[in-house]
Design a protein around this ligand. Structure first.
Ligand SMILES: Cc1cc2nc3c(=O)[nH]c(=O)nc-3n(C[C@H](O)[C@H](O)[C@H](O)COP(=O)(O)OP(=O)(O)OC[C@H]3O[C@@H](n4cnc5c(N)ncnc54)[C@H](O)[C@@H]3O)c2cc1C
Length: 391
């Protein structure tokens, strides 16, 4: 067992409350600077580390918090309200941690999980590749395994916060002779990890995710290759986790926009007592849509929790179509809601220098449908629906 650098997580039950406090006290005040300078949200990640929250999803017996996905999702909503970039970094980290918890069955990976909890490591991910674009279910690069060691080189056009992470989970073809879809996932970490940066990250939104391109070169112990195929890991964990965690972040953005719109309408009402501001009806309408968003995320979390580790349920077409629907719906709703809130707040939201500004919300929201393009997800669902049987 590795020694811990941080206070152990003895209060797993209040994970959401502690993430919310960090969102309000640390992430929110730093958000404008993170966005302006497209810089990594160091203070927020350090605050989460100090509270042991990067291991919130790691089981207690491995030194983590043993928190539920619902708690982490709630914490991500709070972070998304204050700084969507910070929230997205944390969401992406937890997706990788969940893969390690549920599929890291080799001794080396289990030891690493304990190490991660003790040292509060931050995990990044490299699935996207030059040549396959957003088609994360195929790889060009391939593992070379000799004498119990692997070697890998990947042209990765986007690895968020790679320079600030402690390790990267990377997809690759199983061998140089394997077809593009026969993929594995491997833990790549120092000292066997070399990241050569290619280009800069100067994007419209999620600027603090620092999602730069890299040539990734790695060597390591062959036991750090996940024993299961990436196809299974993706279907059972990575895809549903990604859609749930991302949706939580986007719900946070939408929730803050609705809060701002409500405060704006209430201010208008106070200015003219006895009258209902014209935008109040639009606020009522957007609140209905926001409630649908909240309920959709909660019911999807419940569906994933109910499936547990039942491979048949997790692999079923109905489950896959549902999780894809969550991603497409929530990435669309976040933009719709922010746009409606802009209509409610008017020029005050369009300007960048008022308390009702929604500029950053809108820029961040626009990234949601591109993070694995909604067209690709719909094309997937279209294929699955061809063979889905009714109840
Ligand atoms: C903020 C942010 C952070 C990210 N972080 C990471 C990260 O840490 N690690 C990582 O690996 N990736 C990351 N990504 C990458 C992301 O998940 C997508 O895979 C990537 O953005 C897709 O790139 P693309 O739009 O150029 O490619 P594509 O998905 O190839 O899309 C390009 C165009 O091709 C169309 N298209 C092509 N083929 C099809 C098809 N078969 N069906 C339907 N449409 C198709 C799309 O509709 C679109 O118009 C991140 C992205 C963002 C926005």
């Amino acid at each position: 067992m590795h020694t811990s650098n941080v206070a152990p997580m003895t209060r797993a039950g209040d994970v959401a409350a502690r993430m919310t406090a960090i969102a309000d006290e640390v992430a929110g005040p730093a958000a404008a600077d993170v966005d302006d300078r497209a810089r990594f949200p160091t203070e927020t990640i350090e605050a989460l580390k100090a509270e042991g929250l990067l291991a919130a999803l790691v089981p207690v017996e491995f030194g983590g918090g043993g928190a539920s996905l619902e708690e982490v999702s709630q914490g991500l909503v709070s972070l998304g309200r204050r700084c969507a970039s910070s929230a997205m970094v944390v969401a992406m980290h937890h997706i990788q941690v969940a893969c390690l918890v549920r599929h890291g069955r080799s001794e080396a990976l289990q030891n690493y999980l304990q190490e991660l909890a003790g040292h509060q490591y931050l995990l990044a991910s490299a699935t996207t590749e030059v040549g396959t674009g957003g088609d994360v279910r195929s790889s060009v690069c391939a593992l070379e395994v000799t004498d119990g060691h692997f070697r890998l080189e990947k042209q990765a056009p986007v690895i968020s916060y790679a320079d600030d992470s402690d390790a990267v989970l990377v997809t690759a073809r199983r061998t140089a002779d394997s077809p593009e879809s026969d993929q594995v996932i491997v833990l790549c970490r120092p000292p066997g990890l070399e990241l050569e940066q290619v280009g800069e990250w100067n994007a419209l939104g999620f600027r603090g995710t620092c999602s730069t391109g890299f040539v990734l070169r790695a060597t390591g112990d062959a036991d750090e290759v996940f024993p299961e195929s990436y196809a299974d890991i993706s279907t059972h964990t990575m895809l549903p986790m990604a859609h749930l965690m991302w949706s939580s972040v986007w719900l946070g953005i939408a929730s803050d926009a609705v809060d701002l719109a409500r405060r704006f309408v209430q201010r208008e009402a106070r200015r003219k007592p006895g009258t209902t501001p014209p935008a109040a009806l639009r606020l009522a309408e957007v609140t209905v849509v926001h409630q649908q968003f909240v309920d959709m995320v909660q019911s999807s979390l419940a569906r994933f929790a109910a499936a547990g580790t039942d491979a048949d349920r997790l692999s079923s077409i109905g489950f896959g179509v549902g999780m894809n629907a969550l991603k497409v719906s929530s990435s669309t709703l976040v933009v719709d809601i922010v746009r409606e809130c802009m209509l409610i707040c008017g020029l005050a939201s369009y300007r960048l220098d008022t308390p009702f500004s929604l500029g950053r919300h809108l820029r961040d929201a626009m990234g949601a449908s591109l993070m694995v393009n909604n067209d690709r997800i719909m094309a997937n669902n279209a294929q699955m629906l061809l063979v889905l049987r009714g109840e």
